[in-house]
Design a protein around this ligand. Structure first.
Ligand code: HEC
Length: 118
């Protein structure tokens, strides 16, 4: 009983730290930063596997013209993150997880969009 009671302040402090950390992660900047820290190499694979075929159907070639066409719709890193999420619902299976979406976003940003995290 006594030990349990003594641990309470530590637990409260721990919860506070976790809470602050989540708040930080949820802030826009930090979220964009987290995205840019995704694993681009894995993103390339997932994109090829799950996304590219549809873009190829629309634009031919390797499908990347959708990212580089003159009037392409993505303008910011946040826009890219949103588009990747929307397009995830376009995939037949539509259940890529948040890490996979971060990885794809990193890959697309490194290879095509090149937005700075600012
Ligand atoms: C069923 C077809 C389909 C699938 C599957 C698909 N997309 Fe798309 N994608 C589209 C269409 C249509 C657009 C163009 C939307 C527009 O600009 O009007 C688009 C546009 C995009 C763009 C924006 C390009 C730009 O800058 O204008 C990105 C980025 C993108 N897709 C990523 C993905 C990713 C990542 C996946 C896989 C998770 C994916 N797409 C799967 C149809 C698809």
């Amino acid at each position: 009983m006594k030990t349990q009671y003594k641990c309470k302040p530590a637990l409260a402090a721990f919860k506070l730290v976790i809470g602050l950390f989540s708040a930080l992660l949820l802030s826009h900047q930090a979220l964009a930063l987290a995205t840019l820290l995704g694993d681009a190499e894995n993103g390339a694979k997932v994109l090829e596997d799950r996304c590219t075929a549809c873009h190829v159907n629309m634009f031919g070639g390797d499908g990347s013209a959708i990212y580089t066409r003159d009037d392409h719709s993505v303008k910011t890193i946040e826009g890219l993150m949103q588009r990747v999420e929307v397009c995830n619902t376009n995939t037949q299976n539509g259940e890529l997880n948040a890490d996979q979406l971060d990885d794809i976003t990193s890959y697309l940003n490194e290879t095509h969009y090149k937005y700075e995290d600012e």
